[in-house]
Structure formats: structure tokens, C-alpha cells
Design a protein around this ligand. Structure first.
Ligand code: GLC
Length: 468
């Protein structure tokens, strides 16, 4: 067993390279981000407010725990979702299909701040800061309110009504309506009381309530597909399937994107396409992602919850339950290996509490050591975002540099080391398992994060595109 101090020293030295890794991102030619960008209305909800709202609706514990489907048909469902995520310290996104719910949220949840939302939007903003030469974002609706959420950078582009490529923040497509999602954030150790019973939130996290017809119908801007089809980017970050449902033509909407993905790859086989799974409630849509999309992309990003979601869709109830009961590095690594084998996706990355793990094919175009550099940069950027609550300037990206990695992460590395039969793994983070390369890094944990939304997106993007 290697002494914990020398393991920490190793990682401390590796982390010191993060600014140099970041500087190399300027050499990336282009990134396309699709398909979802929206406006997030972020509210911090205290346990006290939640307790009061539950009382106002007269909901019993039994009412709150009675969740038949994870979607929103009434305001009570919103409270159910928040209560569930608060008590478990987890992140979920539930969908509302009725505009009345949107109106209710506007009136009753309010807004602490508006910011860029959704995988493509968040990643496009963050990646533009690194100096990548061209970041092209797909946006289904781009009126002024949405354009305002884009950073004012000339390398961050989208399409106006005529299909002209322009800095996204300068565009206004006034006939379109911005989609606003509600992000209800809560803090670790806060408490909620129902029927005299007190529940303590184990981990700061958030519940997302989404009413978004553009996303339900996966509205795709033809200017974006025409442009990126002819000028395929070096990297594509893909997401936006999570609000689809089987009842609402979700499966055919999903399939509509297959030729688009294939075209990117055909026109430029070197393009690396990454899919961020996101919180996808509909089981059939999850299955379709596994069957149709995961095999044709190069890389996939998931968190602990989404790992369980995929296991469920793969009908591995046992492993899903193991991971839910005990989300340890060991269990999640087993899950990741299972998903990797089942889907044959060349690279899968999991970000979990204190640790990121990548499993990739031996011949993946990004070497394990570069991957590790990307993952370290991702951990620095994520901690910086958590600590300062923002990533908007170049300096923000490495604000958390110099902090030591967490013990949970080291412990996780040791568990993986045991599992893959590599006693030195915790002091390298690079190994082999069943013919795949394993890359894992311990992260920096910020105890009281100022924000968490978009964290996974940031991690996935830096890990992959910063892998240089
Ligand atoms: C989902 C939500 C979006 C949020 C994002 C954060 O895409 O729809 O509102 O910003 O997740 O990762």
C-alpha cells in the first residue's frame, strides 16, 4: 500500500499543470454544442421555506412519498420532487407539460437569478472562455432574453433568423419564445420538517422543473445542421434528449437526430462527438439512447444518478440497487464497466462525489495521460465554479488551484485499484481493466458550493476538450 501522503503529493504535482493544460485549449479549432440551451431561473430554497410550502398545501408524509411517475402534473408534484431530492441529496429533472405549471412556478417560486441553462448553452459559454477559436451553439429559440445569457465573446456564435453566423449575444430572433427552467437548489445539513419528523439534507443539490415545448419537440434549427454538416467541428457536444417522452413522439424525434450525427462523422471522421446523458426520466427514451445514440457517438458523460438510470434501462436491477444503496467508487466502477461493455461506446466518463472515472478503448484517439490532464483541469474548473459561483473570465477557470484533493477521491482510487488488481493505481490514476484503459482522478471538494447546476456539463467538457 502506498502511503497516503505520497499519493496526495503526486496529485498535488499533477494539479499544478492545470493552467498549462488550459492554455493549450486555445489550439482547439472548433466546437459545436447541440441541441439544448435555455434560461435557468435559479432559486435557493431553504428547508424552512420548503417546510412552509408543504404545510400550506397540507401534504402528509405519505402524500409526499407517493410518487407514481416522476413528472409534474400539479404544483404538489413539484413539492414531491423537491422533497425527494432534498432528503436524498440528489439531482433530478422532472417535466411539466402544462403551461399552467410554468405560470405557477413563475408566481410561486420566483427567481433569484437568471443564467444560461442546459448542456449545450452552459458548455458553449464555458468553452468560449478558454479561447477555443470557434464555438457554435445550437439554440431552438433565440430571442433577446436567451441571447442575454450568452457571454459577450466574439468566438461564441449562433445563427440569426436569416441563417447568418454571428456572436450569439448579438442575435435576437424576436418571434421565438425563450424557455425558462426552474432550478431549485438546497444545501447540505439544512432540514425540513413534516408531521413532526425532521429530515436532513445529506448533500447540496438541486431539483429542476422543466416546462419547455421547444425541448419536448426537439426543435432543431436547420441553419445549424446545414452549417455544421458542411463544416464539421473538431468536437461536438450533444445533449437535449432528456425531456422527450414516448407518448409525445419522443422516440421518432430522437431517431431524427441519427442522420445528423452520422453526417458529422462521415464528413469528418476525426470529429469527436460526446453525448451528455442528463436526467432522462422516460425509460423508453433511455433505452433508445442506449440502442441508437450511444453506439454512434465517441464519448458519453454521466453522473451517479444517470448511471443508475442507464442500469435500469439495461434491466440490471441488482447493480442499480447496489449503486443506489451504496454509491461507492467500487459499485459505480462496476456499473461503468457494465455500461461500457453493453453499449460498446468507445469512451464513458462518470463524475461522482470526489472522483471522476473514465473507461475507454485502448485505441481511443486521446491517450490516457492526456485524458488525465483534462480530468484534472475539469476538477479545478468545477471547484472554481463551486467556490466562486461563476465561470465567466479566463482567470475564474483556475481560481481553486492549489487546494488539495479530497480523501473520498483517494479512497475511491484505492477501491478501484483493488478491483482492477493494480496496487499503485491511487498514485497514478491510469490502469487497465478487461481490455479497456481506466483513468481516474480525485477531485477538490468544495464544502459549501455557491452553485451546482451545470457542474456535470462543465466537468465533461473540460475532461474531453481539455485532454491535451
Ligand atoms: C438540464 C436542465 C437545464 C439545466 C441543466 C444543467 O439541461 O434542463 O435547465 O441548466 O440540466 O445541467
Amino acid at each position: 500500500m502506498i502511503h497516503p501522503d505520497s499519493i496526495k503529493k503526486f496529485w498535488y504535482r499533477k494539479y499544478a499543470d492545470a493552467p498549462a493544460t488550459l492554455a493549450k485549449m486555445k489550439n482547439v479549432g472548433s466546437l459545436a454544442a447541440a441541441f439544448n440551451a435555455n434560461v435557468d431561473s435559479v432559486v435557493k430554497m431553504s428547508g424552512r421555506t420548503l417546510t412552509q410550502m408543504i404545510a400550506r398545501f397540507g401534504l402528509s408524509l405519505c402524500d409526499l412519498q407517493n410518487i407514481s411517475v416522476k413528472s409534474i402534473r400539479t404544483p404538489e408534484d413539484i413539492l414531491r420532487g423537491i422533497f425527494r431530492c432534498f432528503c436524498l441529496g440528489i439531482a433530478e429533472e422532472w417535466i411539466a407539460e402544462d403551461v399552467e405549471i410554468y405560470r405557477w412556478m413563475k408566481q410561486n417560486l420566483g427567481t433569484d437569478k437568471l443564467q444560461m441553462g442546459a448542456q449545450a448553452g452552459i458548455i458553449a459559454n464555458t468553452m468560449a472562455i478558454t479561447g477555443i477559436r470557434q464555438v457554435i451553439t445550437h439554440v431552438s429559440a433565440l430571442p433577446a432574453l436567451q441571447a442575454d445569457q450568452f457571454l459577450k465573446r466574439d468566438n461564441l456564435l449562433s445563427f440569426d433568423e436569416q441563417g447568418q453566423l454571428k456572436p450569439a449575444h448579438t442575435i435576437n430572433r424576436p418571434n421565438e419564445e425563450a424557455s425558462v427552467h426552474w432550478i431549485v437548489e438546497f444545501s447540505k445539513n439544512d432540514t425540513v420538517t413534516v408531521e413532526g419528523q425532521t429530515f436532513t439534507c445529506p448533500k447540496s443539490n438541486r431539483f429542476i422543473a422543466t416546462y419547455d415545448p421547444m425541448l419536448f419537440n426537439l426543435v432543431i434549427d436547420p441553419h445549424f445542421t446545414a452549417y455544421t454538416g458542411k463544416n464539421p467541428a473538431d468536437y461536438v457536444i450533444l445533449s437535449g434528449y432528456q425531456a422527450l417522452t414516448k407518448q409525445n413522439r419522443g422516440l421518432s424525434l430522437l431517431k431524427k437526430t441519427i442522420p445528423i450525427i452520422r453526417q458529422w462523422k462521415q464528413n469528418r471522421p476525426k470529429t469527436i462527438i460526446h453525448l451528455e446523458i442528463a436526467s432522462t426520466q422516460d425509460l423508453s427514451v433511455r433505452r433508445a439512447l442506449i440502442r441508437h445514440i450511444m453506439p454512434i457517438v465517441d464519448s458519453v458523460g454521466i453522473n451517479e444518478r444517470e448511471t443508475v438510470d442507464l442500469l435500469e434501462a439495461m434491466k440490471d436491477a441488482r447493480l442499480a440497487s447496489d449503486c443506489t444503496k451504496n454509491p461507492s467508487a467500487k459499485n459505480l466502477f462496476r456499473a461503468l464497466a457494465k455500461i461500457k461493455q453493453k453499449t460498446a461506446c468507445p469512451r464513458i466518463q462518470l463524475h461522482m462525489y470526489g472522483l471522476y472515472i473514465t473507461l475507454q478503448n485502448r485505441n481511443f484517439p486521446i491517450a490516457p495521460s492526456a485524458n488525465r490532464r483534462g480530468m484534472i483541469l475539469a476538477a479545478v474548473a468545477a471547484a472554481s465554479k463551486a467556490e466562486t459561483g461563476r465561470l465567466s473570465e479566463y482567470e475564474d477557470l483556475t481560481a481553486a488551484l492549489g487546494q488539495t484533493v479530497c480523501n473520498e477521491g483517494i479512497k475511491g482510487l484505492e477501491e478501484i485499484g483493488l478491483l482492477i488488481g493494480d496496487p499503485g493505481f491511487a498514485a497514478s490514476g491510469i490502469g487497465n481493466f478487461e481490455g479497456f484503459s481506466v483513468i481516474a482522478v480525485p477531485t477538490i471538494i468544495v464544502e459549501q458550493p455557491k452553485t451546482l447546476v451545470g457542474m456535470g456539463d462543465t466537468i465533461s467538457a473540460f475532461s474531453l476538450i481539455g485532454a491535451r
